[in-house]
Design a binder for this molecule. Structure first.
Ligand SMILES: [Zn+2]
Length: 310
């Protein structure tokens, strides 16, 4: 475990139940697939390098006039996906391997657990409109991994994000429950319920009027195993993990978050952050430090869909 992961894990423990929930969104500690996913990747000899090759292979060639076809609201649009793994298992993308390009994808989890409605009603902010505004102002194309419950709570913001070409919305489940147990104390969904939960999130995006949706799925907590990958195989999504943990969950020091991101980013990296004010209060400030510095280092910001196609 790296020291940054140790720090993040410690922070998640200290922040108690709320920490468990946000850590469960992938920000409190690193990818937690219990090794099963890695074993699968190892066994099938398809680490990210060859996964990138499959991304290229399965990426639809941009057809002339394709841009004029408006995507159906809430329906995952045409975006590169990875080829399924052995036995049709949902493929997993973690980062791109780049030799000449220097791009990085910032991703923001819009977490809201299905039982957090009363807390939102009580004034807790699960949204972060200022962060979205900053990403727009700085022209940072970004991918928002949104829960369906979040889209229901903030339909206007879901629509604004989902109709702005600067963003794409990916699926972070409807309920933010776990797809593998244990996972930071999150309640667990079984196979059929897990599959239905993914559809329910896409339905929520459609109801909100979001059109820029992509067929990518981030497991709550990043927790998955082969059984979870099998449960989602008919959803035709690509699971998206990350290689850089920002540590923004419950962080109080934006500089520390920026430092951790700047230290971790490599060409082709995928960074996990959050757009949830109550649980990641310094993310917007950290972004204002991260973006100019990475640009100075020659990086270009891309959405996950572009990263997957490189
Ligand atoms: Zn999450």
């Amino acid at each position: 475990m790296t020291s940054s992961l140790r720090k993040a894990a410690a922070a998640a423990v200290l922040s108690g139940a709320l920490g468990a929930v946000l850590a469960g969104c992938g920000g409190g500690a690193g990818p937690s697939n219990g090794g099963a996913g890695q074993a699968r990747l190892g066994a099938s000899a398809t680490p990210s390098a060859s996964a990138s090759a499959s991304a290229r292979a399965s990426a639809p060639a941009p057809a002339a006039g394709a841009a004029s076809a408006l995507p159906r609201a809430g329906a995952p649009g045409k975006a590169p996906t990875l080829a399924p793994g052995p036995g049709g298992l949902t493929p997993v993308f973690e980062r791109a391997r780049q030799k000449t390009e220097k791009t990085v994808a910032l991703t923001f989890d819009a977490d809201m657990t299905s039982d957090q409605g009363p807390r939102a009603a009580g004034g807790e902010h699960f949204d972060n409109p200022q962060l979205i505004d900053t990403l727009r102002a700085l022209k940072v194309p970004s991918t928002v991994f949104m829960t369906g419950r979040w889209a229901e709570e903030y339909p206007d913001q879901a629509k604004a994000i989902g109709t702005d070409p600067n963003f794409e919305i990916a699926n972070h489940s409807y309920s933010h429950h776990a797809f593998k147990s244990p996972c930071y104390g999150l309640p667990t969904l079984d196979g059929a319920a897990a599959r239905a939960d993914v559809d329910r999130a896409f339905d929520a995006f459609r109801k909100a009027g979001a059109v820029n949706t992509v067929p990518y799925f981030r497991f709550p907590g990043g927790c998955y195993d082969d059984q979870a990958l099998r449960a989602l195989s008919t959803a035709k999504v690509t699971a998206v993990q990350w290689d850089v943990v920002s540590g923004d969950a419950f962080a109080k020091d934006p500089d520390a978050v920026a430092e951790q991101v700047l230290a971790g980013v490599k060409p082709g990296s995928l960074v996990v952050m959050h757009c949830t004010r109550s649980a990641a209060p310094v993310t917007e400030e950290a972004i204002r430090a991260i973006v100019p510095e990475l640009r100075k280092r020659g990086y270009r910001f891309v959405k996950v869909s572009e990263l997957m196609g490189t």
